[in-house]
Write a protein that binds this ligand. Sequence first.
Ligand SMILES: Cc1ncc(COP(=O)(O)O)c(C=O)c1O
Length: 325
Amino acid sequence: MRPNYPPRLPLAFLPTPLHLLERLSAHLNGPEIWIKRDDMTGLASGGNKTRKLEFLLAAAQAQGCDYVITVGGTQSNHCRQTAAAAARYGMGCGLVFSGEKPSQTQGNYLLDQLCGAHLYWAGEMERGAMAQEVARQVTAIGRKPFIIPLGGSNVLGATSYVAAMQELMLQLEKERLNLDFIVIASSSGGTQAGMALGAHVYDFRGRILGIAIDSSAETLTAQVGALATATSTHLGLGLQPIADRIEVNDEYSEPGYGVVTQIEREAIQMVAQKEGILLDPVYTGRAMAGLIDLIRWGAFTRRQRILFWHTGGLPALFAYPNELV
Ligand SMILES: Cc1ncc(COP(=O)(O)O)c(C=O)c1O
C-alpha cells in the first residue's frame, strides 16, 4: 500500500545529499557514520522544516489562505523557515514568540525580520492563545490566516518525512548501502513520526533513534506514536504496526532546551573540525553529542553503519558565541 500524498509546494532542493563522514568515523574509531544533509534544503539556510512547509503551505493555499502564523522561541528555525517560505509564495507571515522582545537582533531572529515577518511576543500569555489573537487581528484587516502548530508537527508536516524516507531509500539503493541506524534530533516529534511511518511503508530495515532535545522518552514516544498513527490514517494507510519503530533516548536532554554544555560544544567543534560541517547549538549539536557518547560507550559495533540526519539550524549558532568557543 502506497501513501496518498496531499499536494505540495516546492521549497526544498531535493534530494538532499547523502555522504560518508570519513574523518569523523576514523576519529571516533567506531561505526561508519554517514550524513543526510537536510541542512542543505536551501530555504534561507535550510533545515527540516522546509520539507514540512511544502505540505503545510500547499494546504494553506488550497484553503485560500494568504497569511501564515506560527509559534516558537526567538531562535526558532521553524519560524525562520516559515517566514522564508511565506515570502517565497507571496504570503504574509506572523510569528508569535514566547516571552518578551530580546535586546539583540541576531541569528534566526534577524533572518525572520529580513524575510519580512510580523513579530509578536506572547509575554505572559500562552503562545497558542496569542496566535489565535493574531489570527483574529489579521482577519479583521481582510486577510485569511492559516495557523501552523509548533515545529510544523501535524500530519502534514510529518507527511514530508514519510516522503523523505522514500527519497532516502532510493539513495541507499543507488549507493548499494545498508544502514543499521538513523540518528536524529527529536523535539516536537514530526520528523521522527514521519520517518517511523516512512520506514514501515518503504521497508527500511534499520532502526531510527530519536535523541530527545527537551522531553522525557515516555512523553516523546507517546507524542511521536500518536502523530505517526494520525499521519498514517491521513495518508490512507490505516492503522500500521509502527510502535516498535519508535525509539527515543532522553539521556542528553537534562540540561534543558537551548542550554549548551560541554558535550554539545565538543560535538559541534568536532564535526566542524573533522568535516567542515556546521551543526546547531540546540538540536543537531545535542543529537550528535548523544551519538558520540553512545559510540564511546560501545553501543554500536565497528561493522555497523549509522546515518546522522542533519536537520539544520545553522543561524542559531550566531546567538551562542560565548558558549561555543
Ligand atoms: C535544527 C532542528 N533539528 C531538529 C528539530 C526537531 O524536529 P521536530 O520538531 O520535528 O522533532 C528542529 C525543530 O525545531 C530543528 O529546528
